[in-house]
Design a binder for this molecule. Sequence first.
Ligand code: PBG
Ligand code: ZN
Length: 325
Amino acid sequence: MFFPQFRARRIRGNEVFRRMVRETALSVDDLVYPMFSAFGSGIKKEISSMPGIYQQSIEHIVTDAREAYDLGIPAVLLFGIPETKDAVGSDAYSDTGIIQETVRAIKRAVPGLVVITDVCMCEYTDHGHCGIIKDGDVDNDSTLELLAREALSHVRAGADMVAPSDMMDGRVAAIREVLDENGFDKIPIMSYAVKYASGYYGPFREAAESTPQFGDRRSYQMDPANRLEALREAAADIEEGADIIMVKPGLPYLDILRDLRNEYNLPLAVYNVSGEYSMIKAAAGNGWIDEQRVVLETMLGFKRAGADIIITYHAKDVARWLKKG
Ligand code: PBG
Ligand code: ZN
């Protein structure tokens, strides 16, 4: 059918028509809000490259979490900045570690809010890598054991879901096994299945104080040039028992998100990472773009590409804007 029989503008002519034929919807139910919990008290320190996002000690993070809950956001994703770091990231799997204490405090104050924890070593190691170092590289198999301990201690503290972000091979299976052995067979794993070695994590590393002290993460995170490899990574994690798979970063990898949506029927998450947030905040702060419009369009783009869950620092703003209608 061609012009003049076909006129695309007929169903675009007024808002009610547009509403009726709209293919994608964004809801507050889609959102996960990431937060940074810092050891100590009385801390609420804005991350300079991420306006509106803070490193905060437990009393403040609880308030922030309650605000997210009151806005209708179903879940938060927690990152920890421990008191001390060491070569083996001991705080990560200590039952009195920063995340364990934070989970307990949030679950006590806001029990209805789903608390997801990031499971990785880089925030807890003095060298800033996501695992144990052997011969100048992150050692896969010895790291698995620590990740499993970390996940277990998060869940023991009350975490509702764990999200391994380290990119070691076999970690989903290792975590699933230890959770099941300890009676936590009901706890889902949201795996950072497809995580690229990305420059977009820059501001996060300031926020989580997790910059690698030597080298980079390219021996474990994925090469941004690779698309087929994403399918292999996802297949492996699904085989190992992942309940939700994630693509990260978001905007430069929408093709990957769509590939996974077409290939798998599991719930799919996307991480709209720190650098993506910072770019929008910088442009909006300069008056160069309309922040609300650009953020909502970005969120819709994730949904259209196939995401069910969007992890985003914009979550509270998005929830407010959706409420206003
Ligand atoms: C830790 C982790 C990172 C992010 C989430 N978990 C950083 C990294 O891998 O260097 C990035 C999140 C963001 O940039 O917002 N492994
Ligand atoms: Zn890490």
